[in-house]
Design a protein around this ligand. Structure first.
Ligand SMILES: [Zn+2]
Length: 312
């Protein structure tokens, strides 16, 4: 077996280990996990020969063939999210001594979606393994992200290209102007025709505009601070409070926004630490224990996923 193939086998073993770890976290049994399991087993069984798949390779039984289009859709979605597990794979690979983990890309040559796998070397600067956590620190564990709505997927975990920046620039410029014009026009209308209907609409619109503009304001400063909490309305259910992190990456021209769904075990009690906005210093993101959120508080350093006790 040549070394390239060995790498694939090792990466596939790492994938199976990751599934075991997820099972302990009670997020197992999803369709995505089932596909990953089949892909990893296929790579291992072929001793690293098979590294590209079409949907038919994954679903074998006759029953599964029946609803072909649905399965094709799942397969396509899997190909798109595999890469977004990288941080979580990296952590498990470091904990269990693997040097590589699996990633993949969805290609579409003619008719079929082809999932092409590749291996990635672990990045030991991204976090520390679980037995090397420094004294007095907690290590944040990256959660597997639940499927985000599509418009969020377009914004998150990808190179923010010219298109995204133009869209954001237009949002920052146009939305406040439109909001102002609308508020003034409605104000005049209410002034000259003070019906209960007009007054209600006016107050409702002002409230909505307030929240929209506040959201835009926060996002505007995100460029400066590089971190913000994803508003809870946009956080998928079953996912812990999530931070958005903007960072430059090697060989990418524009910064990339990452969604960090993460938690840690509290070292002061047996609670779990989740991210939140610090209430005193508005723009800081910290970790707070769910058993004692005001006293068991930790810093959140997303560059190495460590946190130390916050003393005031
Ligand atoms: Zn605690």
């Amino acid at each position: 077996m040549n070394s390239d193939k060995q790498k694939f086998v090792e990466a596939a073993r790492c994938g199976l280990k990751w599934l075991e770890v997820q099972a302990e976290r009670k997020s197992a049994g999803q369709w995505k996990h089932e596909i990953l399991k089949r892909v990893c087993n296929a790579v291992i069984d072929s001793s690293g020969d098979r590294v590209s798949f079409i949907a038919k390779d994954i679903y074998e039984s006759e029953k599964e063939q029946e609803s072909g289009s649905q399965l094709n859709k799942e397969f396509r979605r899997f190909g798109k999210i595999l890469d977004s597990w990288a941080e979580s794979f990296n952590e498990v690979a470091m904990d269990y001594g693997f040097s590589v983990y699996l990633s993949g890309k969805l290609l579409r040559p003619v008719q079929h979606n082809v999932l092409e796998l590749y291996v990635r070397k672990i990045d030991s600067s991204a976090t520390v393994s679980k037995d090397k956590i420094p004294q007095g620190h907690i290590r944040y564990t990256v959660w597997e992200r639940k499927a985000l709505p599509r418009w969020q997927q377009r914004l998150l975990n990808r190179d923010m290209g010219v298109g995204t920046h133009l869209f954001l620039a237009a949002t920052f410029l146009l939305v406040p102007i439109v909001a102002l014009i609308y508020a003034v026009a409605l104000g005049f209308l209410t002034y000259y025709q003070p019906t209960i209907w007009n007054v209600s609409i006016f107050i409702g619109v002002i409230c909505v505009e307030f929240f929209v503009l506040r959201g835009i304001y926060e996002f505007w400063y995100f460029h400066d601070r590089k971190i913000m909490m994803l508003p809870i309305q946009f956080t998928p259910l079953e996912q812990p409070p999530t931070a958005l992190v903007m960072r430059g990456e090697k060989d990418k021209r524009w910064p990339v926004i990452h969604a960090m769904a993460t938690s840690a075990e509290c070292i002061l009690c047996d609670g779990t630490v989740f991210l939140r906005k610090e209430s005193h210093y508005r723009y800081r993101v910290i970790g707070a224990c769910n058993r004692h959120p005001t006293e068991h508080r930790f810093t959140f350093d997303y560059t190495n996923m460590l946190g130390k006790v916050l003393a005031d």
